[in-house]
Design a protein around this ligand. Sequence first.
Ligand SMILES: *Cc1c(COP(=O)(O)O)cnc(C)c1O
Length: 385
Amino acid sequence: MTRAHDILRIVRHVYGGNGPLPLHAPVFAGNERAYVESTIESTFVSSVGEYVDQFERMLVALTGAQHVIATTNGTTALHMALLLADVEPGDLVITQSLSFVATANAIAHASAVPAFVDVDLATLGMSPDALRAFLERECERTNGSVRHRASGRRVAACVPMHSFGFPCRIDEIAEVCEAWRIALVEDAAEALGSWRGTRHCGTTGRLGTLSFNGNKVCTTGGGGAIMTNDPAIAKRAKHLTTTAKVPHRWRFEHDAIGYNFRLPNLNAALGCAQLEQLDDFLRFKRALAQRYRAAFTASDIPFVAEPEGTRANYWLCAILLRNEAERDACLEVTNNAGVMTRPAWEPLHTLPMFAQSPRGPLDVTAHVSARLVNIPSGVRTEATT
Ligand SMILES: *Cc1c(COP(=O)(O)O)cnc(C)c1O
């Protein structure tokens, strides 16, 4: 028996079932049908309707963010958050190379350039030490702003990401951003239901964003949200994501180049039903992670556990193999057996469109990216057993 077969056996044993196991399939066990049907009956499926407001209010209650603005997806939420953080064309935005491509795409959509720093092995999220080192080594303060010396670009913002729902060291990152006066925008797309201490992921920075894509903890089909505690930013977020229309019963007057980033009512209806089940989803996922942890630890296979002082949503459970060859063997054996597993993303600095981006040392990123495997982590129902 190879290690790959051990892994297959453990996943089958812990997760259960002999059929195909998806990585993370959505579960619609609550009021999804009723709410979606009611939008169809009312004809309010699009840009007007009460579910959007209800969805935003539910997210305020769940995360403790003072304001939440729902958007069409997590990428547009992050794009808009960067604009609201005053990122301007040509600016540099520091993020992590170990992320889904949407993080860097959103930076590019805001006409800025990403700079990549390393992650922590313990959190898989941005390392505050790597961030500080990049700023100290490569940047300087010049009359009120921070400049990247080699490119001459202004450093406008920092975008850490809470990888797979594991909270990164956000308090220390916030301290560095504060000292350098750089806007902190959190990509919390994967972290609905994840906490560091008493703070929900995405609510420490000036802005934070969520995703409700089909593979996330809760889904709206496609959807996203912007979180902020600043009422002026919240007001502007709502205005700019809804075509910057000046409120009036019939006149079409717009006072800025706005965006059509509003979440449709149809999607919000699905989202409200999903959020009602968030606690159940999280309970299942944490229990699953605990059983995975016990089984993998017993077989001497490192299981990625939530960092100390945090409560993770365990969006995607992960194990770390010894090297790339062992990882590839594991991916081959499990996927061939119908157990869906996935490697981490190719580091963003290796993708052709970001190959010219500034970067710090990325040793941990390379280490993790070559070894990590995500294993089936979705909520199990009758249909998947
Ligand atoms: C899912 C995700 C997003 C947003 O994706 P959308 O599909 O646009 O909702 C952004 N960043 C990360 C890290 C993600 O995992």
